[in-house]
Design a binder for this molecule. Sequence first.
Ligand SMILES: Cc1cc2nc3c(=O)[nH]c(=O)nc-3n(C[C@H](O)[C@H](O)[C@H](O)COP(=O)(O)O)c2cc1C
Length: 124
Amino acid sequence: MFSALAEGLGSLRLGYLHAVETWDRSQIDARVSTVIPALVKKFKDAGGGLYIGNGDYTPEQAEDAIAGGWADAIAFGKLWISNPDLHNRIAVNGPFRTPEPKTFYDGGEVGYTNFPTLEESSAS
Ligand SMILES: Cc1cc2nc3c(=O)[nH]c(=O)nc-3n(C[C@H](O)[C@H](O)[C@H](O)COP(=O)(O)O)c2cc1C
């Protein structure tokens, strides 16, 4: 179904296709881990253009996806919330702070804008 959708969207010559892949990566076993890249690659190829994946990727898994050719880029959501300097942390291989789901969608600053950058952490 999603390949047909990607094909239809691809025919519109979009700049890129961006999908939230909603499986729980922590539950992925060795068998499934070979199936998923193949599925995503099918989706990417059906679109015929650039593909940006998203959904529970770690920076390491993102590099694998790009190196494996099933994504052109990976977007991060939750990791950005808990690591406001995510780009810097990726550049030096972490450490990465863990997001706090209990504070998501809560309206306050806690869990959103109170995570320190690496620089701030080393200053304290
Ligand atoms: C607190 C929170 C707010 C989000 N708000 C939006 C939003 O406004 N629009 C949107 O398209 N996705 C939103 N998302 C989804 C993320 O963009 C992303 O697709 C999702 O979190 C999976 O990627 P991740 O595992 O890298 O976080 C939100 C996610 C979280 C956790």
